[in-house]
Design a protein around this ligand. Structure first.
Ligand code: GAF
Length: 372
């Protein structure tokens, strides 16, 4: 494993172990996690592999095969850029009272760039499962996800929900992960499009619009404001949508419309999967995309064009996946239409002078685990 060779070369020692944590795509349930709602992500075959040894002191030495040099952190506050995601995990575990000292780490990531497939959650979770094992913390998968989310919320400063870290920590091969983000109950739901003559493709727009982080925090705030105005703890608790919409206007009204209907779409999609009606989930994917575009307003032209062109090319349905403002589209395509869908998207992009986006098969993969 090249991460082990790099560890030997960097620290002149064998790593104590090697761990892997994947990125994710979300099948449906977008911008619902921080509203105590439902999500249905699954792990992708790409992620972060970490070779790690514990230390007797509190120093963290860190090398990424995707960046130059070795970062040495005497204190966690010294971390900058990508190293903050790693330092944040040490911080979150120590804050929770776990006896975590320093470590030497080499990390190697292969999540496609710009794809919005949660490479940062993969990095956090890979480090967290390593420290969990090395320091005997006995956290379960959700415990790992919660510590990783705390690192991102309170150390990195990104107010994300629990979906990405939970998917990375708890996903299983061949299954999607249904999660109730209020109770944190999870269920691994079999999802095998190939058994139905279908392919789920990821279309990576390769763009990430600069407003993404600021708009994410704003959406979250709008949802909290709307919940307060409606007198509910969170938008999960809206049971009378028509009544709620009648009491709101403008952006808050749109946000509520999205979140409430999106939760129902997650439940409907689970129902179809349970009935073996995988071919029928396309309409829910399309409806989710329109809602994210028009009500939640987190799409962008590159995502919309990829969705529309893939449906024109014969996809059963398509939607943006993840936070939005760039990243990827997922599209559910009958096997015999895969080439036609790729051609349709490439042509639509070319018409606008955009480079052809990369596409990859999205195979539901295993969650975080120790490799060696
Ligand atoms: C990002 C966040 F990190 C998730 O928590 C989730 O809110 C998602 O956007 C939108 O569904 O990936």
């Amino acid at each position: 494993m090249r991460v082990v060779e790099a560890f030997r070369e960097t620290f002149q020692a064998e790593p104590e172990g090697v761990w892997h944590a994947p990125g994710r795509v979300n099948l449906i349930g977008e911008h619902t996690d921080y509203n105590d709602g439902f999500v249905l992500p699954f792990a992708v075959p790409w992620g972060v592999t970490a070779a790690v040894s514990p230390r007797q002191d509190d120093v963290v030495r860190l090398r990424s095969l995707q960046a130059d040099g070795v970062v040495t952190l005497g204190t966690l506050d010294e971390a900058e850029g990508w190293a903050r995601y790693v330092a944040g995990v040490f911080w979150a575990l120590r804050e929770a009272g776990h006896p975590v000292r320093g470590a030497d780490l080499v990390v190697d990531g292969d999540v496609p760039q710009g794809a919005g497939l949660s490479s940062s959650a993969a990095l956090e979770v890979a480090v967290c499962v390593a420290l969990n094992d090395l320091y005997g913390l006995a956290l379960d998968g959700m415990g790992v996800a919660l510590a990783a989310r705390r690192a991102e919320n309170d150390f990195v400063g990104m107010p994300c929900g629990i979906m990405d870290q939970a998917a990375s920590a708890l996903a299983q091969e061949g299954r999607a992960l249904f999660m109730d983000c209020r109770s944190l109950a999870t269920r691994n739901v079999p999802f095998d499009p190939a058994a139905h003559g279908l392919r789920l493709l990821i279309i990576n727009t390769g763009v990430r619009h600069a407003l993404a982080d600021g708009q994410y925090a704003r959406r979250r705030q709008e949802c909290e404001n709307a919940a307060k105005r409606l007198g509910v703890a969170s938008l999960r608790d809206v049971t009378d949508l028509a009544g709620a919409l009648g009491r709101l206007d403008g952006d808050e009204r749109r946000r509520v419309q999205h979140v409430v209907t999106e939760n129902h779409r997650v439940e409907a999609l689970i129902g179809l999967l349970r009935a073996g009606a995988v071919r029928e989930i396309g309409a829910l994917l399309n409806a989710s995309h329109l809602s994210l575009r028009d009500q939640f307003q987190v799409s962008c032209p590159e995502l919309d064009v990829a969705v529309e062109a893939s449906v024109r090319g014969g996809a059963r349905g398509a939607r943006m996946t993840g936070g939005g403002f760039g990243g990827s589209v997922i599209t559910l395509v009958p096997e015999e239409r895969v080439e036609a869908v790729r051609d349709s998207v490439t042509a639509a992009y070319a018409e606008r002078g955009w480079a052809a986006p990369e596409t990859y098969p999205a195979t539901p993969s295993a969650g975080a685990r120790r490799l060696a």
